[in-house]
Design a protein around this ligand. Structure first.
Ligand code: SAM
Length: 252
């Protein structure tokens, strides 16, 4: 039985675990039923969708290349989920839209945005450094979830005050640049561009995420489907910045 095949087999299997039977609280092979699927186990196939419909919570590590499609399916079937995804997925327009609408957020775990996975076959799927026998480190990964968690209700403690020198404005957007999440000024009422890593600390009661399209001050700047400050349009005095999420403090 190979759980890490590359999805090339004609017929896949699925496992059924219905709880502990021998009172040792560890799922053992003889407590896990192996059943055959008719097809190759593609999550988009009819029989896999039937299994999905039975799920209360989906916990998995979907292929990064199909992340958009995988999330779209979970949302379509109104599932609770905790799944692993790459940090880059945050700026996909489909994913960022869900984050903005508070339908998806970042969960706990993966300290420093790095996951350590124990499996010799993983090198096929992930960019990895620090490989040791049977272990790889995948950087820039997060848990993406729609389960209620405490982190989402905890305020970020803000200690800085706004001043023009430290927080310059973008050339094309009416927002100030905050290059580190911890430096968000406590007293700024307008729009602020913050790093993607802000999302790890995002409490929707404290901040709202707004679209960069709403704060454009240069009409030559094209409308952005994702609503982030990004690429050559996100300059400050002609100098590009990194990708920025635009937020406003809701408590002011
Ligand atoms: C990153 S691995 C995760 C493996 C395992 N679920 C885990 O969490 O350890 C992604 C897995 O998705 C499988 N996969 C790729 N395309 C798929 C598809 N269309 N439908 C279902 N599984 C797919 C790959 O074969 C691979 O095993």
């Amino acid at each position: 039985m190979n759980l890490f095949s590359e999805n090339k087999s004609e017929q896949a299997i699925y496992l059924v675990y219905e709880g502990d039977k021998n009172d040792n609280r560890i799922p053992y092979l003889n407590e896990i039923g192996t059943k055959k699927l008719k097809g190759d186990g593609d999550f988009r196939s009819k029989e896999c969708i039937e299994l999905l419909k039975q799920a209360d919570i989906v916990v998995t590590n979907p292929p990064f290349s199909l992340f958009r499609e995988y999330v779209a399916q979970l949302i379509e079937y109104d599932k609770k989920f905790v799944i692993v995804g790459h940090q880059n997925a945050i700026s996909y327009k489909e994913i960022f839209k869900l984050i903005k609408e508070n339908k998806l957020w970042l969960g706990y775990g993966f300290k420093g945005g790095a996951g350590h996975f124990i499996n010799q076959h993983y090198e096929d799927y992930a960019t990895a450094t620090d490989r040791k026998e049977g272990m790889i480190r995948v950087s820039g990964v997060h848990w993406f979830t729609n389960l209620e968690i405490n982190k989402r209700h905890e305020d970020l403690i803000l200690y800085k005050t706004y001043n023009e020198e430290e927080y310059p404005k973008y050339d094309n957007y009416d927002a100030i640049e905050v290059s580190k999440t911890k430096d968000i000024p406590a007293d700024y009422t307008g729009a602020m561009g913050v790093p993607i890593t802000f999302l790890d600390k995002y409490n929707p009661e404290q901040f709202e995420i707004i679209s960069s399209n709403d704060i454009r001050i240069n009409e030559n700047i094209p409308f952005k489907e994702h609503g982030l400050i990004k690429d050559k349009d996100g300059t400050i005095n002609g100098k590009p910045t990194y990708v920025r999420i635009v937020i406003k403090n809701k408590r002011l």
